[in-house]
Design a protein around this ligand. Structure first.
Ligand SMILES: Nc1ncnc2c1ncn2[C@@H]1O[C@H](COP(=O)(O)OP(=O)(O)O)[C@@H](O)[C@H]1O
Ligand SMILES: [Mg+2]
Length: 259
């Protein structure tokens, strides 16, 4: 079985500081993972590496069966969808929702090529799948935060990626928008030709059951990895946070409180 992600003894050092140290992690075909860690633990740095925007100081990385250093990362990036809040800031507010989604086919910000009617059909289908089809003619700036995230996910799916990365997708969302977005992500993950997904967060309760495996990242090191149900236990997380916590499971999601 080929690996979706493989990191071997990966480190990243900057300005005398070790941001990532000895990261070992494999994502197998058919798996969707959560990447869990506090602010500043190195989650986004790992994503920057997986997408070839930064280079490891040590170790080896393969993504979708291609070893970095031996592959054109720009080519590989076409197979990886990445949704993050820093992407949100780059979108033109006046762009129409459907054009924004269609632009994902070219991985461009803004539209420079004329899309075909099939492209628009596909964009609409993706928006409907994410329950935001009604936004078709709206401009991006008039959409709510949760709607914007859905549009960016639809945009990332336009290129039919093999790997979809969602970095802090629910940040800043109110309860209703957050549950709405999580519901759409769950449906997407259960779909027939769903991409492999990597859900990055610092909130345990956002980790949906479809993310069966979780990597716990602490201070740039792998604290643990394996089944989500085992990683998100009271005893593991109490060690992880260095503070006693209780976990209660409801709707197959782990809710955290201080014990
Ligand atoms: N280009 C950089 N130069 C130096 N330090 C960086 C750089 N990028 C990130 N860091 C540091 O690496 C640490 C991890 O950051 P990040 O990966 O963004 O964490 P997370 O996404 O888990 O919140 C932080 O302490 C951050 O300040
Ligand atoms: Mg981050």
């Amino acid at each position: 079985m080929s690996k979706i992600i493989e990191m071997k003894n990966v480190a990243w050092r900057r300005e005398g500081k070790t941001v990532l140290n000895d990261i070992n992690w494999s994502v197998n075909e058919g798996e969707s993972w959560a990447l869990f860690g506090l602010n500043g633990s190195g989650k986004t740095t790992i994503l920057n590496m997986l997408t070839g925007y930064i280079w490891p100081s040590a170790g080896e990385i393969s993504v979708l069966g291609h070893k970095y250093g031996e592959v054109d990362v720009r080519e590989l990036r076409r197979s990886i969808g990445w949704v993050s809040s820093s992407l949100q800031e780059k979108i033109y507010g006046s762009e129409k929702a459907q054009d924004l989604v269609v632009s994902g086919k070219y991985a461009s910000i803004g539209l420079y090529e004329k899309p075909s009617s099939q492209d628009y059909d596909k964009a609409l289908q993706l928006m409907q799948q994410l329950r935001c089809g009604h936004l078709l003619d709206r401009t991006y700036q008039t959409c709510s935060q949760g709607e914007k995230q859905k549009l960016l996910i639809a945009r990332a799916l336009m290129a039919s990626p093999k790997l979809l990365i969602l970095d802090e997708a629910c940040n800043g969302l109110d309860f209703i928008s957050k549950e709405g977005l999580l519901g759409s992500i769950e449906e997407l993950a259960k779909g027939a030709d769903a991409p492999h997904m990597l859900y990055v967060t610092h909130h345990t309760e956002e980790i949906l059951p479809v993310f069966r495996k979780t990597l716990l990242l602490r201070r740039g090191e792998v604290f643990g990895s394996g089944l989500t149900s085992e990683m998100l236990s009271g005893s593991v997380l109490s060690d992880f946070f260095e503070m006693p916590v209780d976990v209660s499971w409801s709707h197959e999601r782990a809710w955290l409180s201080k014990s």
